[in-house]
Design a protein around this ligand. Sequence first.
Ligand SMILES: [Zn+2]
Length: 401
Amino acid sequence: MEGPDTAHGIRPFARRFENAAAKLSDSDRGFRHAPGTGESTRPPSARSSRRTGEDSGGGSDGGAPLPRSGSADPYPKIELHVHLEGTIRPEKLLDMARRNGVTLPADNVEALSALYRYRDFDHFLEMWRATTGTMRTGDDFRRAVLDYALEAKAHGVQYIETTFSPINRNKWDGIPYPAMFDGVTDGITAAAEHYGVTVRAMPSLIWGVDRELAEECAQWAVRYRDRGIVGLDAGGNELARGDVSEFDRAVAIARDGGLGIVPHAGEAGGVRAIRDVLRWNPDGLQHGIAAAGDPALMAELVDRGTVLRVTPTSNVATRVVADIAEHPLPRLREAGVRCSIGTDDPALFGTTLGQEYELAERLGISPASAYRAGVDGSLCDDAVRQRLREVGDTAFGAPTG
Ligand SMILES: [Zn+2]
């Protein structure tokens, strides 16, 4: 077995997944990851651990152990990195397929669940396509928001910032932009009303699409700013990303319209992928973990106050990190880079928000630190942020410094 290519446990994807990356760029530019081939990608199991209370950005955690995830009263959490399309559990996906007359690669929960535990690149690609291609109506997007809000609430979530990818659904499936944006934003309203969970959302540009498509997407996002759309993301295959300046105008449209900018960078693509997007002065980074290999870049992120949106299980499942024990979270923490914790694609990676917080805690990111980084790194308005701070102070104690 090949070992990690750096002391930080980050494997450059380029060599191992050259073929997969090429295949992605040709066949499905909406696909966001280039996962490993031929090996088990089962996510690491979560284990309980004592809270360390150690963190670089959160202050005091208070004294008594917090309730564990899955208990009746889990500690509060913030999630800033989750793709709406990746939240849909097998039973919900089957329901959606029946409603929309879409044929999935399996017709029962057991068989579909087995496919979600994908073992190689093709399985993962198949499931990503099956999931995203099954969403056909605005109501599918609304239900997905609502269902995930309920699921995450069971893990103590107070606030979710979800990404969704409308460009290819519009271009390939002809779903009108208003249907998708209405669906997502109606879901936001319903999640607050029914479950008391605050959700905000942002569409994601896809690396490599024509700049006109990116700009159109950004314009739609701005139109929905008053309904819970708070930012603009960009993602896809980092290894076939091309020149990010192609999206400069789309980013400017979003900025001028009052939206934040939080691109994916530094997942599979290394340090360069992060430096490239700093031209946009981003409000945060999805992943960003490749910075752990570059002390100067980490220092710059600290200076900028950039909060990373880190997803431990996803990083192992896609083989960006060789093993959870080698995850760069401790290095980021030691350098003072603030990290919030998310699931990325909880259904596709077989994880939950509770599990991700527990994994992060094992890696030295305390629940309080993850929560406070989430509050400070979110794109929410001041009133929501203040409420979230109060929830955090009640649960974890007021910050000491
Ligand atoms: Zn992501």
